[in-house]
Design a binder for this molecule. Structure first.
Ligand code: GZL
Length: 308
């Protein structure tokens, strides 16, 4: 019998390309657009057939897509879970169908971690800590109080939960820091602007700092701050996360103080991992993406090197 007949699952016959079913969160932010582009181009470069579904930020659409991939007997399923919970049932269905699952970008809080092979993505808690450390350093000489408003990401999503946790862990060191308002802007520019308008109406000049869980909400909030007659990055210090092009443009314009990097370019790593899994190699349970932090002072120098 040929070697192919001895290999598990769909034979690794050289002529048949691997089929990957990918369920994407949506198209809510510049980050997401860059992430989708990275996955599509990396699949093409790797000769992997990609079945791609956009869930418009709805968990039920992701679950439907995963079920369709199971029915189509794809080789591997990968997805970025819009929220942390509610995945056990459908992941058990994929396991029963002997289809390996790879988590990318966001995590699930399933207790049974045999339900996925690996999770490739950022350490969001550390991103929150980086944001907190930058603020503590910036406010060293300031006696306070330092009133902070917070635009949270999508409710229940790993980045929103962990970026809040990491930031609060660091600013807890000094009682001069107070989060006086915190609400979700769902990672979008439109919602970020809307919620910041409400914060400004309620607290106005009392606001010293805005901590936004992503650049898109920060960019929306910058519009609201300007429309309220205040100077973004001067009257209100603004900290955000992702490091997308829009953030660099805002920093170069002097309207954003700092963006903590969160890389969307997970495509190549995902395709390499998928090939290893199908080749029967063991892969690490957790792969963390390396990331930096970009204060406005370096934005102009860094901008030409940015890939997303
Ligand atoms: C983070 C990713 C988040 C980005 C947002 O890895 O899940 O979702 O920070 C995006 O811009 O909407």
């Amino acid at each position: 019998a040929s070697l192919a007949a001895l290999l598990p699952g769909r034979a690794l016959s050289a002529d048949k390309p691997l089929v990957l079913g990918f369920s994407q969160v949506g198209a809510e932010s510049e980050w997401r657009t860059a992430n989708t582009e990275s996955i599509k181009s990396a699949a093409k470069d790797a000769g992997i057939t990609l079945k791609f579904s956009d869930a418009q930020q709805k968990q039920e659409n992701q679950i439907k897509a995963i079920r369709a991939f199971i029915a189509q007997k794809v080789d591997v399923i990968a997805f970025s879970p819009v929220v942390e919970s509610g995945w056990e049932t459908v992941l058990r269905e994929a396991k029963a169908a002997k289809i390996p699952v790879v988590l990318t970008d966001r995590a699930v809080n399933a207790k049974d971690d045999s339900l996925y092979v690996t999770f490739i993505g950022s350490d969001f808690t550390e991103e929150g800590r980086k944001a907190g450390r930058w603020l503590v350093d910036k406010m060293k000489g300031n006696a306070g109080p330092i009133n902070i408003v917070e635009l949270q990401g999508t409710v229940g999503s790993a980045p929103a939960i962990d970026r809040k946790k990491g930031f609060e862990e660091i600013i807890a060191a000094d009682p001069k820091f107070k989060i006086i308002r915190s609400q979700t802007g769902d990672f979008t520019r439109a919602k970020g602007k809307e919620v910041m308008e409400a914060f400004l109406k309620a607290e106005g000049k009392k606001i010293n700092v805005l901590y936004a869980h992503n650049d898109d909400m920060a960019i929306g909030a910058i519009q609201a701050i300007e429309e309220a007659g205040m100077k973004p990055a001067q009257d209100i210090t603004i900290i955000s996360i992702d490091g997308v092009k829009g953030a660099f443009e805002a920093m170069i314009a002097g309207k954003l103080n700092v963006s903590v990097e969160c890389s969307p370019l997970l495509g190549p790593q995902l395709m390499a991992i998928i090939k290893d899994i199908k080749a029967g190699k063991s892969v690490p349970k957790r792969i963390v993406t390396e990331e930096g932090i970009f204060p406005m002072e370096v934005a102009a120098k860094e901008f030409p090197k940015r890939k997303y």
